[in-house]
Design a protein around this ligand. Structure first.
Ligand code: 9G3
Ligand code: MG
Ligand code: MG
Length: 567
């Protein structure tokens, strides 16, 4: 492809609002243009990378008998009402009406659609198992789209759905998918870790997320250096063994704490360490308010609350809900004499007594509050995030943290959708049973960004060969010189039969061409310059800048050795 004919609007400067390096480089290298918040156009080099990622995903899905389909982006509301999810999701589910006022959503995922698709077809166990997949644009109306394609509102996903007569068949497909994902993320050149994850709203009890390691990642991975344990921090359990400090129980004492609102401020005011403070928060579980107690140096983990209370419908109580219940604002809340709502506590609250807690009166706290004497605990549980360095359960080693970008997830869904949507099959005894399902996603456009996060230098992107938009960058340094232009044209004619060649034939300065080549990031370049008259050109790697001058008679061999040496 001649660069004078393509459309790669590279930028000299990058819009300041781009924080993530992949977002900066996608803009600067002319791969995307923003249309609206979280909504982008993929320009030619991005489209070619997406095609290659999609093709790798397609191959690995077909290797495990996945069958490609393409479902509609517009989804009838009726299906979401059957599954009960129409009202379970907030504004993130984009809803709209057609000309006849019929309600639809823009598809954020396709469990309902695929279940409705197969429930009329897969009526016999003889037709099972089957795995359908699609590669398609999804829409989720994120409140805070950011970091370019890492968290867009419109994005490309491969979503697969498997249907089974029994659990062991689901287990087989889950394992096939797990290994297929390993191959996919290896082939696209990502440094990734599969981690145990929380299955959240969609239910099921078993799920792994595939995390690409990157500082910018929104997810925190907990892993061990002495075992192969790895989990999303949302899921990582905190081992608890009682370790009470057995200080003598003291009298309850009310103290005035003017304008003290946080645990740290209270610790400083009382001149005690943060871990002696107890934070009390009010959360609404479905429509019941409960109090959660946690030590001052710990943070509550909302995903653990959701799995403990077995509902997604959990949110922090608002300030006026809190005032209505306890008569005080956040910052002065505590368990003493609270009987109108149940009190739950993180396991580690058991290790200390004489607790410093809010007095449920603005600007007042209690010292020496003690469970059973001053308040009752409904139950203790693991409600907090693990801290780096803490021991993992079952001797799996010490918790180490890393940031990750979730590029894939595999779920065992069970019968959540087939029951609610009445998708049954006849088993060998002719008995109607709900289909058992699995679902499996790969973030295609997110993977493109994750690769850039892991493969770049200060000058631009460094594409792995497997998904690079083109394979060789042929550059005529000064096409105004006939010998350079003619030799470059001749080499273009020759090389384009062996490689995907991007030929920079533009009448731009050498500096502009080299800057653009560094930004666009093709693995190897061939430069036709001053020595064209002698038949000498230069071959150069983008990753380590290794270069070699070579006569065009040797170019094929040298180029092949350079290209093979690049990952
Ligand atoms: O999508 C999944 C599960 C799997 C992931 C792999 C491919 C198949 N689906 C989970 N999820 C995430 N965000 C969502 C956002 C909205 Cl607005 C929604 F309505 C539904 C969902 C939703 O169900
Ligand atoms: Mg997540
Ligand atoms: Mg997830």
């Amino acid at each position: 492809m001649k660069q004078s004919k393509i459309f790669i609007p590279t930028l000299r400067e990058v819009p300041a609002e781009a924080e993530a390096i992949s977002h900066k480089l996608l803009l600067k290298s002319g791969m995307i243009k923003q249309n609206a918040r979280g909504i982008y156009s993929y320009l030619p080099t991005a489209k070619r990378v997406l095609n290659k990622i999609e093709q790798i995903v397609r191959e690995e899905m077909e290797n495990i008998d996945g069958v490609e389909v393409l479902m509609p982006v517009l989804q009838q509301a009726e299906l979401w009402k059957e599954s009960g999810r129409w009202d379970a999701y907030g504004p993130e589910l984009m809803r709209l009406k057609d000309r006849n006022k019929r309600e639809f959503s823009l598809g954020p995922t396709h469990e309902e659609v695929v279940t409705s698709l197969v429930r009329d077809e897969l009526k016999s166990y003889k037709r099972l198992p089957i795995t359908l997949f699609q590669i398609q644009t999804k829409f989720r109306d994120e409140q805070r789209p950011r970091f370019g394609l890492l968290r867009g509102r419109e994005f490309i996903m491969k979503d697969a759905y498997s249907f089974h007569a029994d659990e062991s068949s689901l287990d087989d497909t889950y394992n096939d998918m797990y290994h297929a994902y390993h191959k996919i993320f290896t082939r696209v050149g990502l440094n990734f870790r599969p981690v145990l994850a929380d299955s959240g709203a969609i239910g099921g009890d078993h799920t792994h997320e595939f995390m690409a390691l990157a500082e910018i990642g929104e997810d925190t991975i907990v892993y061990s250096e002495t075992s192969d344990f790895a989990a999303n921090i949302e899921k990582a359990e905190v081992a608890y063994t009682p370790n009470h400090d057995h200080t003598p129980v003291k009298e309850l004492e009310k103290v005035e704490t003017p304008n003290i609102k946080t645990a740290q401020a209270l610790a400083d005011f009382l001149n005690v360490s943060l871990d002696k403070i107890i934070k009390s928060m009010i959360v609404k579980v479905e429509d019941e308010y409960v109090m959660i107690l946690i030590r001052g140096h710990h943070e509550v983990n909302d995903v653990k609350l959701k799995s403990y209370f077995k509902t997604e419908n959990i949110e922090m109580a608002s300030e006026n809900e809190i005032e209505n219940i306890l008569g005080a604002k956040p910052g002065s809340l505590g368990p003493v004499n609270v009987n109108q709502i149940k009190i739950y506590a993180d396991n580690f609250v058991q290790d200390i007594n004489n607790l410093a807690v809010g007095a449920n009166e603005n600007d007042f706290h209690y010292l020496n509050a003690n469970v059973d004497r001053d308040f009752n605990i409904e139950a203790y549980g693991d409600f907090r995030f693990i801290l780096e360095g803490e021991e993992l359960p079952n001797d799996l080693g010490k918790a180490k943290f890393a940031e990750g970008i979730e590029v894939g997830q595999v779920f065992k869904l069970g019968t959540k959708y087939s029951e609610s949507m009445d998708a049954t099959f006849l088993d060998e005894q002719g008995k109607a049973k709900p289909l058992i399902m699995g679902c499996y996603g790969v973030g295609i456009s997110r993977t493109l960004s994750a690769v850039i996060e892991q493969h770049h230098d200060e000058k631009g992107i460094i594409w792995p060969k497997s998904i690079s938009p083109y394979e060789v960058h042929l550059i005529a340094i000064n096409p105004k010189k006939d010998e350079q232009k003619e030799l470059a044209e001749q080499l273009y004619g020759q090389l384009k039969n062996q490689y995907d060649v991007l030929y920079d034939d533009r009448k731009e300065s050498a500096g502009v061409k080299f800057n653009d080549a560094d930004l666009i990031g093709l693995p190897v370049r061939v430069m036709v310059g001053k020595k064209a008259g002698e038949g000498i050109v230069e071959v150069k790697r983008r990753d380590n800048s290794e270069s070699q001058e070579v006569h065009i008679d040797e170019l094929n061999d040298v180029l092949a050795s350079f290209y093979n040496a690049v990952k």
